[in-house]
Ligand binder design. Structure first.
Ligand SMILES: NC(=O)c1ccc[n+]([C@@H]2O[C@H](COP(=O)([O-])OP(=O)(O)OC[C@H]3O[C@@H](n4cnc5c(N)ncnc54)[C@H](O)[C@@H]3O)[C@@H](O)[C@H]2O)c1
Length: 247
């Protein structure tokens, strides 16, 4: 029960890493507001799971950050942990990307993290252990063809999180980010099911010889959200099975 008496927000919680994290946080005693878009299965994902309250709302809607934080505080009377996980990806070469595609990546992957952090800060300040855990990607440091918007948004998450850590440390709030490698989720599975050879390449690139699972990230998020990580802030934690070791 490492999160007993804590209240958390997890975005992108209907699928993949967010879903596994919301379940694990609740299993460790937290009350969790699980946010995802109305078109997702968020309304039914956590049926029968104690401690998780679903909220169907896009984090890019005007005023969404204030609504999400307000809902968490109204339901739980407090807010201790913000897990900014929701994300989108797509492939667009830089000479072909539309303004809409660029803006969608930046809005979901980066700007919403800042807005939710900003809205959460007054409540995290009241917590004995305020925590922000932002999800970046190994593609914040590396890149690949067609990932210009994704990489730029994820590199922004690193800068955002380090700045949050610097500014909020005096309030006892930590801010850290995760850099997932190749993880089997709603974002990757359709591609890998269609191209098992590509899925296999990702597994072989890792010294641990497998692709990551959502629970691998959830466990890392739990550590950063727990009391055990009280003196860790501004840190990026690779959860990639060693994927990025090889040049
Ligand atoms: N899967 C990987 O290999 C991998 C690698 C590196 C980083 N990541 C990052 O991990 C995070 C989680 O992704 P995942 O792999 O679990 O993918 P996923 O597609 O399984 O889950 C992402 C969730 O975010 C939700 N979401 C998207 N836009 C939203 C919005 N506007 N408002 C609310 N929710 C929204 C989606 O509906 C979805 O349920 C993302 O930030 C992603 O960039 C994933």
């Amino acid at each position: 029960m490492r999160l007993k008496d804590r209240a958390a927000i997890v975005t992108g919680a209907a699928s993949g890493i967010g879903r596994a994290t919301a379940e694990l946080f609740a299993g460790e005693g937290a009350q969790v507001l699980a946010v995802d878009v109305p078109a997702s299965a968020i309304a039914t994902t956590f049926e029968g799971v104690a401690g998780v309250v679903p909220l169907a709302l896009s984090i890019t809607d005007p005023g969404a950050a204030e609504r999400i934080v307000g809902e968490a505080v109204a339901r739980f009377g407090r807010l201790d942990i913000l897990m900014n996980n929701a994300g989108v990806s797509g492939r667009h070469l830089v000479d072909q990307i539309s303004d809409d595609d660029w803006n969608r990546h930046l809005d979901v992957n980066l700007t919403a993290q800042m807005k939710l952090s900003r809205a959460a800060i007054p409540h995290l300040r009241k917590s004995p252990a305020g925590r922000i855990v932002n999800v970046a990607s190994v593609m914040a440091e590396g890149t690949d063809l067609g990932l210009v918007a994704y990489c730029a948004s994820k590199a922004g998450v690193m800068g955002l999180t380090r700045s949050l850590a610097l500014e909020l440390g005096r309030d006892g709030i930590t801010a850290n980010y995760l850099l997932p490698g190749a993880i089997e989720t709603g974002m990757t599975k359709p591609l890998w099911d269609a191209r098992p050879d590509v899925a296999d390449i990702w597994a072989k690139k890792s010294p641990l010889r497998r692709r990551g699972q959502p629970i691998d990230l959830a466990r890392a998020a739990l550590f950063l959200a727990s009391d055990e990580a009280a003196f860790i802030t501004g840190h990026g934690l690779n959860v990639d099975g060693g994927l990025m070791l090889r040049v």
